[in-house]
Design a protein around this ligand. Structure first.
Ligand code: NDP
Length: 478
């Protein structure tokens, strides 16, 4: 018996993907650097499907049908290079190496190019849904060559999450596109989590609503347009009472948010692309500030607040819901806009409708509104920005009065709402007829002769600031 796919790296993610593949009827060859993990998996789960135990990469490779499919699920970074380097001499032209870990897309591009030179396919696959998703059906974002997807796609589609029978898996684009899309997914996830946190803080600090009562509000929100996995689990977190103290769980947890780095990667890449993902960036920075515990302790004594005694608007809960909806949508709009910029930069033909569709189930940002986002990008007439799709222009537009009231109230009360407020600033910046960028262009031209364009004439100009302030035609030095 030969295996249809091999998995090397059997820590929690690799083991769960291997089990998912076996449960779906594929014969899976197993390998791990230390054989104990292979044996533990087999001892516990060998009845779930057909597994082949191997102890060396050579044995793993020998056990596979051709073209060979080897799924590498080891620690991201150097270990991936180490395993790929060991695998390459053992493989033949046309074989496929799959990296389904959280690798940086630039590493994936590099590895793909190197393996392509040897006639091998290297496929970076974004997988979202954590341990549970890996076992029961994740959202899967494969990159690599289109040709490799013909051999690999059917397996991945079979093990992915499904919506109405449709797989949450589709080839997204060449080389590192899969890992890039997964990275941006994580950036949106950071912003989505932060806006929910801001909503909680406002309901608690401005409206005095305790966590248990808020849990009911989030459950209610989860039945409407905000319906999503993150809203659902927030209700669970807020409902939870600490067994040791009897206090709400959220009151006994240290308020310093951790991060593994994919949000930061999104922002770093966005800066390189010149893509304004302000809400996503603020959500990464918010985690950073939360972790600066020493400075926060000093600031409580050292810095004045001068909070105003403002009335919380009537129907504040509904206002917050609308602000949350609008800010969440801006995060999606920014993430998808970043994908558009990346597609231009890297020559990817990213299909935003298909990508939004992949996120409808199995992943952390799964949400009811992804169905409408998918619809917004279907057909010929694609919006330049998600917010311009008629359905969203209308729904976000309707939320604007509440959004402004919420941000204004938060500012007056000294409650930080970095993503609510930066998302509103993004929305207003897009709408505004004239931005103060004209002043910045003037400053740049004055101190650095960086030149500018005029609203009323073609060409590039420079003002002789240090002389008679006359204007001359100039070479564009933007
Ligand atoms: P880890 O990231 O903890 O990696 C452990 C595995 O890597 C073990 O099998 C280990 O082998 C192997 N390994 C480490 N270094 C080497 C090396 N130099 N050579 C060979 N093997 C090596 O495992 P996880 O299952 O947590 O994660 C796997 C990947 O999935 C990572 O990229 C991670 O970021 C990603 N991930 C994705 C999630 C998602 O939701 N998509 C969630 C969690 C993780 P040994 O047993 O011999 O030490």
């Amino acid at each position: 018996m030969s295996a249809q796919i091999g998995v090397t790296g059997l820590a929690v993610m690799g083991a769960n993907l291997a089990r998912n593949l076996a449960r779906n009827g594929f014969t899976v060859a197993l390998h791990n650097r230390s054989v104990e993990k292979t044996d533990t998996l087999l001892a516990k789960h060998s009845d779930e499907g057909d597994f082949i135990r191997t102890e060396t990469l050579q044995e793993l490779v020998d056990s596979l049908e051709k073209p060979r499919r080897v799924l590498v699920m080891v620690k991201a970074g150097k270990p991936v290079d180490a395993v790929v380097d060991q695998l390459v001499p053992l493989l033949e032209e046309g074989d496929i190496v799959i990296d389904a870990g959280n690798s940086h897309y630039a590493d994936t591009r590099r590895r793909e190019a190197a393996l392509a030179q040897k006639g091998l396919h290297f496929v970076g696959v974004g997988v979202s849904g954590g341990e549970e998703g890996a076992l029961n059906g994740p959202s899967i974002m494969p990159g690599g060559s289109k040709e490799s997807y013909e051999a690999l796609g059917p397996l991945l589609e079979k093990i992915s999450a499904k919506v109405d029978g449709e797989p949450c898996c589709a080839w997204v684009g060449t080389d590192g596109a899969g890992h890039f899309v997964k990275m941006v997914h994580n950036g949106i996830e950071y912003a989505d989590m932060q806006v929910i946190g801001e909503a909680y803080d406002l309901l608690r600090s401005a409206a005095g609503i305790e966590p248990a009562e808020q849990a009911a509000i989030f459950e209610e929100w989860n039945r409407g347009e905000l319906s999503s996995f993150l809203i659902e689990i927030t209700a669970e977190v807020l409902k939870h009472v600490d067994a040791r103290t009897g206090k709400p769980f959220v009151d006994v947890v240290v308020d310093a948010a951790g991060q593994k780095g994919t949000g930061r990667w999104t922002v770093q890449s966005a800066l390189d692309l010149g893509s304004p993902v302000s809400g996503i960036a603020e959500s990464v920075f918010a985690r950073g500030i939360s972790s600066q515990k020493d400075q926060r302790a000093i600031a409580q004594e050292a810095l004045a607040g001068h909070e105003a005694a403002v009335e919380v608007p009537a129907d504040f809960v509904e206002d917050v819901r609308q602000a949350l909806y609008a800010s969440k949508l801006v995060s999606y709009a920014q993430g998808l806009d970043m994908l558009t910029s990346a597609a231009k930069e890297y020559g990817w033909d990213l299909k935003l409708d298909e990508i939004a569709s992949l996120w409808r189930a199995g992943c952390i940002i799964r949400a009811a509104l992804l169905k409408d986002i998918t619809a917004a990008y279907k057909g010929e007439d694609k919006p330049a920005n998600l917010l311009f799709a008629p359905a969203f222009a209308e729904s976000v537009g309707a939320a604007v009065p509440a959004w402004r009231r919420v941000v204004a109230t938060a500012v007056q009360l000294g409650i930080p709402v970095p993503v609510f407020s930066s998302s509103l600033a993004y929305y207003d910046s897009l709408r505004r007829k004239r931005l103060p960028a004209a002043v910045i262009q003037g400053q740049r031209d004055l101190f650095g002769a960086h030149t500018y364009q005029r609203v009323d004439a073609e060409g590039t100009f420079h003002t002789l600031w240090g002389e008679d302030r006359s204007e001359i035609a100039a070479v564009d030095t933007h």
